[in-house]
Design a protein around this ligand. Structure first.
Ligand code: HEC
Ligand SMILES: [Cu+2]
Length: 341
């Protein structure tokens, strides 16, 4: 029995001293100290469960074998109860549970108490993109395009004020171990502080329709100087200084067209690749044909059901398209498509 206990304690200390190295191997990257605290709790739970499992199942197997009835003469002893033992096996787990509760509560409170001096950013979820609106007027939309990253300064508490345009989404940055539902018609909030520069993945973790799994974004953590520079020079602040094609490009990202279309290659996604589309002859599902001119592109945006490109029957449905694009904005998109020869 002594040996057994010694073995367990060696196992326990061994696991704990290697636990942070361990966590880095089996958990997502840690973007701050909070993440590593959450991991410690998680690993504590894992190890505690493992040890209880070994104690309970191991003990059971041991007694099953040791007290196996070996002959017809073996008698079953009559045991009713043992107050001391029963108290201990209730009270010790109770202490462990309270310890886990207190630890979890401390971490939960930390995550839910918004710091007053935080840098605030508005986040809007939509099928299937994340919009980030900064107070300076900079606006970033992240569908699966190369401009996906939303940028924040390192070592500065960031508060996200979040809502949704359409259905329930959920905003999750594994590296900071925070997650929160994003709900239409209501604001929710999240906060975190990045302690490392780098790029970290963002997921939507509430199933929200066809392209839920592509509702990705990245958070890019940079120094304060780099952040300010990024903010000053971001194109969304200077729409007036962009060419129409550049505005169109900006809009196709912002309106999540890029979730379904490549604009700068002819490779298809959910919809056809649109590079070189302008002026090309199109064939439709019903056998008819047309030249892809400005009217055709406008119709593809406003009334996508009218003509289905051959091989794409019925995918592009009205409900997925942004209804708020003005005729002026559609012209920018047409210019952008034209510019991708
Ligand atoms: C949910 C996916 C989806 C989204 C979002 C989407 N499209 Fe489409 N799009 C399609 C599919 C599928 C087709 C082909 C079927 C058809 O013609 O309706 C298509 C066809 C088109 C065409 C005609 C292409 C061709 O080869 O003739 C254009 C132009 C177009 N889309 C532009 C846009 C623009 C601009 C946006 C953003 C405002 C957008 N689409 C958003 C799926 C999508
Ligand atoms: Cu979503």
């Amino acid at each position: 029995m002594r040996n057994l206990l010694a073995m367990y304690s060696v196992l326990l200390t061994g696991l704990f001293t290697t636990s942070s190295a361990w966590a880095e191997r089996i958990m997502p990257a840690q973007g701050n100290a909070y993440a590593s605290e959450v991991d410690s709790l998680y690993i504590f739970l894992l190890v505690a469960s493992l040890i209880s499992f070994i104690l309970v199942i191991g003990g059971m197997m041991y007694f099953v074998l040791k007290y196996k009835r070996k002959s017809a003469n073996d008698e079953t002893p009559y045991i009713s109860h043992d107050h001391k033992l029963e108290f201990l096996w209730s009270f010790i787990p109770f202490l462990i549970f309270m310890f886990v509760f207190a630890w979890g509560w401390k971490l939960f409170r930390e995550a839910r108490t918004m710091p007053k001096n935080a840098f605030e950013i508005h986040v809007t979820g939509q099928k299937w993109a994340w919009n980030f609106d900064y107070k300076s007027g900079v606006s970033v939309t992240s569908s699966s395009s190369e401009e996906a990253a939303f940028v924040i300064p390192v070592n500065k508490p960031i508060k996200l004020i979040m809502t949704s345009k359409d259905v329930l989404h959920s905003f999750f940055i594994p590296a900071f171990r925070i997650k929160q539902d994003v709900i239409p018609g209501r604001y929710t909030a999240l906060w975190f502080e990045a302690e490392k520069e780098g790029e970290f993945q963002i997921f939507c973790t509430e199933y929200c329709g066809d392209l839920h799994s592509q509702m990705l974004a990245k958070v890019r953590v940079v120094s304060m100087e780099e952040f300010e520079n990024w903010m000053q020079t971001h194109p969304s602040r200077a729409l007036g200084q962009m060419t129409l094609a550049e505005r169109g490009k900006y809009l196709t990202n912002k309106s999540a067209c890029t979730a379904c279309h490549n604009f700068e290659s002819s490779e298809k996604k959910i919809g056809p690749g649109l590079k070189g589309l302008f002026g090309k002859e199109r064939q439709f599902e019903d056998g008819s044909k047309a030249i892809a001119n400005a009217d055709y592109i406008m119709e593809s945006i406003y009334e996508p059901q009218k003509k289905y490109v051959k091989g794409f029957g019925g995918v592009m449905m009205n409900k997925y398209l942004p209804k708020d694009l003005s005729a002026e904005q559609v012209s920018w998109i047409i210019e952008y498509i034209k510019s991708n020869k």
